[in-house]
Design a protein around this ligand. Sequence first.
Ligand code: SF4
Ligand code: SF4
Length: 388
Amino acid sequence: MDSWSKVDNQGDLSFSVDTCARCGFCKPVCTTHPFGGGFEAFSPRAKVHYIKQVMRGKEKLTPQWVDRLYQCTTCERCVEVCQTEIPLVHLWEELRAETVRRGIGPMPMHRKMGEAVDEHNNPYGEPAEERSRWMLPHHRPTEGAELLVFGGCTGSYRMTAMLQTGVSILQRMDIPYYYAGGKEVCCSSPMIRTGQLESAARLIGSNIDLFNDLGVKTIVTPCAGCSKTMKSDYPVWAGKLGKEWAVEVRHFSELYVELLRDGRIKPVRRIGKKATYHDPCHLGRSQRIFDEPREILSAIPGLTLVEMEYSRDNARCCGAGGGFKGHYPMMAEEVSDKRVLDAVHTGAELLVTMCPFCQASFSQSIEKLGLSIKLIGVEELLLQSVEG
Ligand code: SF4
Ligand code: SF4
């Protein structure tokens, strides 16, 4: 057996590829399979078969296949339908890490992103002291608070509205929170998803030390990628790094819905609009947060919620995940355009999301296609309704 078997950190991946029933359920749902021009080699099924052959030493890992492994948004649609429950995204990530170990991955733009992370602790290459520039004048973090707001790189440096609004809601509810500014570093999601695990380990170690030093009990973040990574990857990595991990991680949607159910937040102002909600892959399929955003939207007086043809666990991807947009921007744009048009076809005036990556992709598509649908976050609608 080829040294690929060493990739099998969880002890189940080589077994997983053996269990593939070759049913092909994963093929029609795959976000990136259509870019393969109909060739089977681009389907998740074919990748599983190829990986099995590589593990058995019957195939060599060629640059062409490395490229195919990175042509994936880690959207988990394949995972959702796989009848033999192969942890496909986990498999793709493990294999990407192996390509990096062998010096044949990641793709050039991912490497650049990794260099920016290593130098500046964020994939955008922005200075740490600018990380808190999203804060509004009325935002007043409380030192020693048990709740820590984790901004994330995209939330802090690029798509800041979700973070600003989330913190404004905390202030309005008199919920004490702390924010660590430039001491917070990238959650490591882009590094894990693209197989750059040395950088990931450094970032995770730094964040865990920060959280433990601050003594926080709960972290809340507006980012689907950060919350997924901290919920699913941090506990495993804390073990590997020999660090204590006793923090509860929440996406802002979980906090809003709790405030709503407790009657602490009351949407009263009517918003007489038709809205459709997009389930971000890393919030919906990864964290099973499907109902919470819909519950919040349904509580807003006058707001009518209409579903897209593909929604909840079957939702189509925005194209931004897994480093796909970084290295394959044209394809990512096509994926995003398709999703925005799904929203337009519902007749909704508002396209509502809860992930800064989806927001970034959709805003570009809406502008490029000259569409009138308005992009907005769940939290913005909530705050507008509460402020009435
Ligand atoms: S995670 Fe998404 S893009 Fe990647 S193989 Fe699965 S369905 Fe295709
Ligand atoms: S859905 Fe799962 S079992 Fe079926 S072909 Fe795809 S990977 Fe194999």
